[in-house]
Each structure stands twice: as structure tokens, then as C-alpha cells.
Design a protein around this ligand. Sequence first.
Ligand code: FAD
Length: 413
Amino acid sequence: MGGQMELGISDRVAPLREKVSQMIENDILPLDGEYLAEVNKGDRWHHTERQIEILEGLKSKAKEQGLWNFWLTDSEKGFGLSTVEYAYLAEEMGKSLLGAEVFNCSAPDTGNMEVLERYGLEKHKQQWLKPLLDGKIRSAYLMTEPDVASSDATNVSMSCVRDGDDYILDGEKWWSSGAGDSRCKIYIVMVKTADDNAPKHQRHSMILVPADSTGIEILRPLQVYGLDDAPHGHMHIKFKNVRVPASNLLLGEGRGFEIAQGRLGPGRIHHCMRAIGQAELALELMCKRALNREAFGKPIAHLGANYDIIANARMEIEMARLLCLKAAWMMDKGDARAAAPWISQIKVIAPLTALKVIDEAVQIHGGAGVSQDTPLARMWQNVRTLRLADGPDAVHRMQVARSELRKFTQQKV
Ligand SMILES: Cc1cc2nc3c(=O)[nH]c(=O)nc-3n(C[C@H](O)[C@H](O)[C@H](O)COP(=O)(O)OP(=O)(O)OC[C@H]3O[C@@H](n4cnc5c(N)ncnc54)[C@H](O)[C@@H]3O)c2cc1C
């Protein structure tokens, strides 16, 4: 692959990174715990007054400093950052619970905004993209279904039938992240619009569905290891005779996979960048604890194999970061097909690396590591889901293996 590979921190992004990192350390991290504790104080699915105060206060501060919508890579509306440059900012944001939302860079909104920007009509942009870009509303992306193995997205079966000037949707979705949030106003939904006679990748479409449409019923919040992630939530949703204007169907019938390819690439790598930030934070906490607590007459750092654990964590984080930056650089070259196996590689490696480092940090902390007194338990739970969300490891490995095998055969692999 030709072209000089620039993976360093550019002059343009260095001052931004410094500002983001300062704001996370001084303003956001100190409020993460209080924000979480507030969830138990009222209706879990509506922000309390204090939560709104915390979030809106931080968002205003970020906006005032121009630290907003960094993810809009190569766009006139954003900073025009490259994916490599954005990686350094996303890594910092990953270190706190609220970081990504404070800078309007959180999942699933960034991916959804890209879809609206690229494929939405002007009226969709006014109604949904604008308030999303302003951080006024939130959104969800509904692909996965309870009744089919959704790691193979060609199985998606929610029915979507044309009826005059409308489409009518019926079926169930689950793991709809963010749909629990009362600010979530718009869903981007993957549906089936053609029967099995159509080519496999032309049977599906994406359609915009307002969250308050008649016939939508939130059946329940799903729990992740017993936690409901309120007020964001991962919802199980039923669609019964849900009617939306035909113009809400994006790009055209049968073009859902075309859109999904564009949407999922950036979203996946953003998750990886934040996971690396979490690994970095876990290593920092591990070192501080290991130096400051003594057992058997010595700081824990000096006991048993703990030097090796710390050294391995550093080496593995560096490897993961370099792979992530290379995948980002491949994306910046603009050939989505060539970048895809690189995104798959880091989509496997980043969560595995972060999980391992967080797990070792938990261990060094003893009982405190699994408690609410450090962010480690929540981080582990969050990163564990990344081995499933946006495609399980096995599916990404399959993509990587196929791209290797294709180098040596003309046949379909
Ligand atoms: C916290 C969380 C948030 C999520 N958020 C969203 C969201 O916002 N929107 C959304 O649409 N979905 C979301 N998902 C769903 C996620 O994308 C799916 O769970 C994932 O794609 C797998 O689909 P499935 O659960 O149907 O598993 P299945 O398709 O049933 O797969 C189960 C397992 O089968 C094995 N497998 C599958 N394919 C292969 C293969 N090729 N080779 C070897 N083994 C294989 C793997 O072990 C895999 O984990 C979220 C999931 C979680 C846990």
C-alpha cells in the first residue's frame, strides 16, 4: 500500500487534544460518579434535574471552547480532521463516562448523523440532523432482531411494505442502544423490503422512524450483566403497523447494505479508539494502586509477577493503538473496501486488549476493583459488550481471513 503513513499527533490536533484532555480531567471526570448516582433517584429513563444540569453545563462549556462535533471528518461543518487525528481525541473521550456526549461525539449518534448527512433529504436534515448536531436530541440504530442471528445481517426480517404514500413496518428489534433515553427522537431502522428472490444484499433498506410513531411499543430494557445502562438503555422494541411516509426510506429500496457499510465503519473504529482510552486509564489506575498499597512488606507493584503484568499491559496497549491508527489511516485514504479488513482487525483487538488490561487492573485493586469505588467494573462491563456490538469477533475474523485468502485465489472465499 503506497503513500507515507502519517500516524503521529499533527500540529492541528495537538492543541485540541490538550484542551479535551484538560476538560475531561478537570470538569468531566469529577462529575461522572455523581451523574451515575443520580440514575437511582427518580424515573430511571428520564434524566433528573441534576443530570440535565451536569450534562448541559458541560456541553455548553465544550461548545463555548469550540470543542464540538470533532467526528465530522473531512466535512466543512466540522474541523475537517482526519480519522487518524480524531483517534487521538476519541481515546481521551473514552476515559470518562460522559466524555463522548459532552463533545457531541457519542454512539450511536455519530454514525446516524453521517447517514442523515449523506442520504437524508433536506427536510430530514432540518428535522433531525440539525438538532442532533446541536446536541438537542438523540437517536438510535435498529438492526438487530431477537428471532434471527443478526451477526449475519442478511437475516434481518422486519417487514416494511409500501402502502400508497407510506411504508408500514411490523416486527421486533432488540439491543436498540440509546432508545431508552427520553431525548431519543429518531430511529434509523434496517428493514426487509424485498423477498428472497432478490439478490441477498439487495433485499434490505434503511428507513427513518420517529420514536413517537403510533404502533411502537418499548417492551423492556435489556440488561447487560444485570445493569440496564439507564437512561441510555438497550431496548427491546415492538413495531405493530407503524406507518411512516415513503420519503423516509433512505437512498432507495434494496440499498440498506450500501448504507450500512458506510455507517458501520467509522462507528466501529470510534468504539475501538475509546476502548484504547479505557485501557490506558486502567493501566494508570493499576500503577497508582500498585505503588500506593502494601502487602507482605512491599508495595503491591513489587510482588509476584506484577512487573510483568504492568509491562505486558503497556506493550499490548501500544500494539492496539498502532493497529487502530493504521486502520484509521486506511480509512483516510478513501477506499472503504481496502480499509474494511483493517477495521475488522482492530474491532477484534481493541476490546480484547482493553478487557485484559482492565481485568488485571481489577485484580491489582483487590475487592475494590469489582466495586463501585473505581470505574473499572463499569468499564469492563462496557468493553465486554463490544465483543458483540457492531459485529461479534468471529464475524470480523471471518472478514480478515477472507481478505487474506483472496490474495491467493480468484475463487469466492
Ligand atoms: C450492549 C449491546 C449494544 C448493542 N447495540 C446495538 C444497537 O444499538 N443496534 C443494533 O442493531 N444492535 C446492537 N447490538 C446487537 C449486536 O450488534 C448483536 O448482538 C450482534 O451483531 C450479534 O448478533 P446476535 O446477538 O443475533 O448473535 P448471533 O448472530 O446469534 O451470533 C451469536 C454467536 O454466533 C457465533 N458466530 C456468528 N457468526 C459466526 C462466524 N461467522 N464464525 C464463527 N462464529 C460465528 C459468534 O460466537 C456469535 O457471537 C448491541 C449488542 C449489545 C450486547
